[in-house]
Design a protein around this ligand. Structure first.
Ligand SMILES: *[C@@H]1O[C@H](CO)[C@@H](O)[C@H](O)[C@H]1NC(C)=O
Length: 467
């Protein structure tokens, strides 16, 4: 056989093998409906539709790195998580049932027979409680963090601080995360950890009168969202779906219906074995428009729309940087310090924190009339605020291995959903700690939470419309 032919033959064998693997992949049940499992569902996107759960993470892959002539080693990790995937809220569970009734009353079930048998899979009492999927997300995140920063935890698990909001979904998330973390470090899960509950750090939005009055309960504050919701882009996709479903004018698809279908698709696909037939009503164009509609709401409520939205996160921001200060002080003095701090909260915790850090800041602002301009926007909730979304600051100590180490250099990296991002203080992925600390000086050192919130006095928790 000539060399040429042998090459051909080996290529063919290779191709057959690859083809065989592809068929195997398609036949596996998990794959059957997965074409909908994309980061397209705003804040209702499960974490591992954004990040690859099969990614191999080498032990200690983020523990050291080279920085110029120096080698840096992690000394502290400070991370904030949104809770894992949860059940829909009561409001949306009811909307799902109502929408289904409307479609059946108008005969849509004749064309889409799945609607005949469809029953809302989400009981009303499941309102926002964490789902098994959410606990899995968090446990896997614990394992993944333990892998990336293994040395840090291996040396000292006892000094780790865990803080949670008072909500079940956040508290349960912290326990699952810690299970995954300790399991990976010790080989068995430590079930004795009890997080500290702190709602001023993890649910500041619920403890801030000025935010509640000027933004949260104020429809004018999210004007750009309403304008887009009842504007031409949404109208086009609503009309298109009205036609597809053969609905009469009086029962035409509304913007809220679109949102309900968006949530039905995401939640059923994520939380039920059968997946969701509702996803067929959403094409790429409508997913894009619905995401922008939802992003506008998040952006104007929790990010860069109003100063108070980001400013009120200062108890958390301040806690993070004060901890980093203390770690450096202790390290310089050869004293003990906390190896890590993990906070578990909500989208309402993370989005304001992103904004006060200056992350995902689009120019110009997201508005009702610049949907096209922002197709490649930085702030896309499906990617930066899915369930289990996380932000971390890793503090590293760098030295050149020489003796004249009376001056240690400290640098930081920022991670969002486990990937490094550019740090606004220096525009790079690694910044000297000093520069970063200086950048946030005002928010960290002058955090007068109750004053800026115009709170009469520290008030009790109250529940309202949060994620
Ligand atoms: C509601 O929001 C608008 C727009 O931001 C603002 O001008 C107005 O003062 C707000 N109302 C209250 C009660 O804060």
């Amino acid at each position: 056989m000539s060399a040429f032919l042998r090459l051909k033959l080996s290529q063919m064998i290779m191709m057959i093998f690859v083809f065989y693997l592809m068929i195997l992949e398609c036949l596996s049940p998990a794959h059957a409906l997965s074409s909908f499992r994309t980061p397209s569902y705003s804040t209702k996107t499960p974490y591992f539709w954004v990040n690859d759960e099969k990614e191999t993470i080498a032990l200690d892959s983020e523990t050291w790195f080279e920085y110029g002539e120096k080698t840096c080693q992690i000394i502290h990790l400070n991370a904030v998580f949104r809770h894992g995937a949860r059940f829909p809220s009561l409001k949306w569970i009811k909307r799902m049932t109502t929408l289904h009734e409307k479609l059946v009353e108008n005969g849509v079930d004749e064309r889409y027979p799945f609607l005949k048998a469809w029953k809302n899979p989400f009981p009303e009492k499941s309102d926002k409680i964490i789902a098994e999927l959410g606990e899995q997300e968090q446990e896997m995140l614990g394992e993944r963090f333990a892998h990336r920063f293994n040395l840090l935890f291996d040396e000292d698990m006892d000094s780790i601080r865990v803080v949670s909001s008072s909500k079940q979904r956040s508290y349960a998330s912290s326990l699952s995360f810690y299970t995954g973390l300790s399991q990976t470090v010790f080989g068995e899960a430590d079930k004795t950890m009890e997080p500290t509950v702190n709602d001023i750090e993890m649910r500041f939005h619920d403890n801030c009168v000025h935010f509640a009055e000027s933004v949260d309960k104020n429809k004018t504050a999210t004007n750009e969202y309403s304008k887009f919701k009842y504007g031409p882009e949404v109208d086009v996709i609503a009309k298109k779906l009205t036609d597809v479903l053969h609905l009469p004018e009086k029962a035409a698809v509304t913007p809220d219906d679109l949102n309900t279908i968006h949530q039905l698709c995401a939640f059923e696909e994520a939380l039920t074995d059968a997946g969701s037939e509702w996803c067929q009503f959403l094409d790429q164009e409508s997913l894009e428009v619905i995401q922008y509609m939802n992003d506008l709401k998040q952006y104007w409520k929790k990010m860069y729309g109003h100063d108070i939205s980001s400013a009120m996160s200062c108890p958390l921001l301040s806690r993070i940087f004060t901890t980093l200060d203390k770690v450096i002080q202790a390290n310089n003095a050869d004293d003990d310090y906390a190896a890590a701090e993990f906070g578990f909260g909500h989208a309402e915790t993370l989005a304001p924190l992103y904004a006060s850090l200056g992350l995902f800041k689009d120019e110009p602002q997201l508005k009702a009339d610049n949907f096209k301009l922002h197709l490649n926007r930085k702030f896309r909730a499906s990617r930066v605020l899915p369930f289990s979304a996380n932000f971390a600051v890793a503090l590293y100590q760098c030295d050149s291995g020489e003796d004249n180490n009376d001056y240690l250099e400290y640098v930081v990296r920022f991670y969002v959903n486990e990937k490094t991002v550019d740090i606004p203080a220096c525009g790079k992925q690694v910044c000297p700690y000093k520069e970063v600390r200086e950048f946030y000086k005002n928010q960290v050192d002058n955090c007068e939470f109750h004053k800026m919130c115009r709170n009469p006095e520290p008030k009790e928790n109250s529940e309202h419309d949060e994620l």
